[in-house]
Design a protein around this ligand. Structure first.
Ligand code: SF4
Length: 282
């Protein structure tokens, strides 16, 4: 259950992503096309989820669907809760407003969609990897729906018949630019290459920073992708070697997973209750 707890910033990001998916597919019609309307839509959902989290009842009944915020669960003091809520809401409102004027969203809307809010398991360098895609689309004008339901073989046929153009993978960012976003670009590129069969020269990864409307469009670097694929198996093996018995997927002795010495990491850790045996924030 604790694994399903979310923080205020993560819930704000989730709402923005859900709105983006609906807008790309035209499901919100014209109602969210103006920044003010999009921001109001965000606020309505954010407030509803905040209230749902306050009691935690929906989460206790159904942890997968119900909302429980870390800040409620661990009893963040009222003044800190109000400040955190306002900060997350302001960032979410700005990002939602940015969706209404986003060029990346406008392009995706008129192009043939490949995947929208898709969580996919694929194999990269012999390692099973889960990847969440915000939106990917081609260059051709939109026919209807997405291609996400097609098997790799059917998808290959579709591409051969339609075009061999560039595939854009868009990653919505509701926060600021961070150095780790470049590592995400490499993961997306490896996923598109191995999981979807899109050669690197046909790929563009678009980092769309919604709050300020800026975009970074990256053509993946083949050397960086090759290095990632080379290093991935060793990293996966290192984690697996800590699990017991061998072959187990999520069990291992406590001593193989030492607690972090950086206590700032613990401040927003959902597992605080299990790890430290108490339900308070230091
Ligand atoms: S509280 Fe979380 S971050 Fe801190 S040591 Fe425990 S598991 Fe690690």
């Amino acid at each position: 259950m604790l694994g399903k707890i979310e923080t205020l910033p993560s819930i704000a990001g989730k709402i923005v992503h859900q709105m983006a998916a609906e807008m790309v597919q035209g499901n919100l019609g014209k109602s969210a096309d103006k920044p003010g309307a999009a921001a109001a839509m965000f606020t309505a959902v954010f407030d509803r989820l905040f209230m749902e989290s306050a009691t935690g009842l929906a989460w206790q009944r159904d942890p997968k669907r119900g909302t429980r915020l870390f800040e409620h669960h661990y009893g963040l003091p009222a003044d800190q809760l109000a400040a955190s809520m306002e900060k997350a809401a302001a960032a979410g409102r700005a990002a939602a407003a940015g969706l209404a004027t986003s060029e990346a969203l406008a392009r995706a809307r008129v192009s043939q969609l490949e995947e929208v809010e898709q969580l996919t398991k694929t194999e990269i360098a012999g390692v099973k990897v889960w990847v969440k895609i915000d939106v990917s689309h081609g260059e051709t004008p939109r026919a209807h729906g997405t291609l996400a339901h097609l098997s790799p073989v059917a998808l290959g046929r579709f591409r051969a018949l339609s075009d061999e153009g560039v595939i854009y993978l868009v990653d919505w960012k509701s926060g600021r630019r961070k150095p780790e976003h470049q590592a995400q670009v490499i993961l997306y590129a490896a996923y598109q290459l191995r999981g979807r069969g899109v050669s690197l020269d046909r790929q563009r990864v678009v980092l769309s920073y919604l709050a300020d409307g800026s975009e970074v469009v990256v053509q993946p670097d083949p050397e960086a992708v090759a290095l990632f694929e080379q290093q991935l198996p060793a990293a996966a093996l290192e984690i697996h070697s800590r699990l017991e018995p061998p072959g187990e997927i999520n069990l291992g002795p406590e001593e193989n997973f030492p607690r972090t010495e950086d206590l700032s990491e613990c401040r927003l850790c959902r597992m605080l209750e299990v790890c430290k045996g108490k339900r308070t924030i230091d």
